[in-house]
Design a protein around this ligand. Sequence first.
Ligand code: FE2
Ligand code: FE2
Length: 239
Amino acid sequence: MVSPLSSPKIISKYDRDISHLFSRYNINSDSDDNLLSICNLKQININFLIDLINCYNDLTNLNKTNFNNYSVLDLVDYLEKSHDFYLNKRIPEIEQSLNKSCVQQKFTFNLLFLNFFQVYKKDIISHFETEETILFPFCKTLARYSKMKQHEDLVYILENKDAVLDYMDLHKKNNDEVGDLQKLLLKYSPSNNHLSYFEIFLNQMSIFQKDLKIHAEIEENILMEKIKVHLSNFEIKDV
Ligand SMILES: [Fe+2]
Ligand SMILES: [Fe+2]
């Protein structure tokens, strides 16, 4: 189990995929410093980071971890950082492997995946954009209002709360559609040599799907539930 005295270097040694989580928090995965000093310096909630590391290491920890303990701001920060990583690193890498695979093996299913991936990418980018323009600013304003009680934040909350509640209801439906690509991948998985770009593409997609599972759990079952509770208390006291 990871402890506050573990270093990113040791943690990454046992799970190389974890370095992408460190990079989201601008932590050098080769560092010998312990997590405690790094998190103090960078003002990162160390317990949240350790819980995330444990889930990335072993997905079965996801349902055993109580992310409810963490603040709305910590949760939104992680979700924003992850969107940025998906858009600027993970998705371009996956797309590059798929493009190379199409050059390497001109099979019909590669073109099918290429088309499917373009639609998937467009959908996922628009999904992230909606969250960044509707959901996350609302969550941050709500968190600020609960501390500062400023009138302009109250106006913003009252004006936007119905749209946010509607969006949160729609979110689950949209997330279910993302699984379609995974089903298609399993159906057409080729039995070629293991070093093909298509194999690399499949591996990257499976890492990405695991990442999205953690992302969706924190977004939908933790953050959104917290916001709903905030809003129901809020209606009694403030409206
Ligand atoms: Fe998201
Ligand atoms: Fe989402």
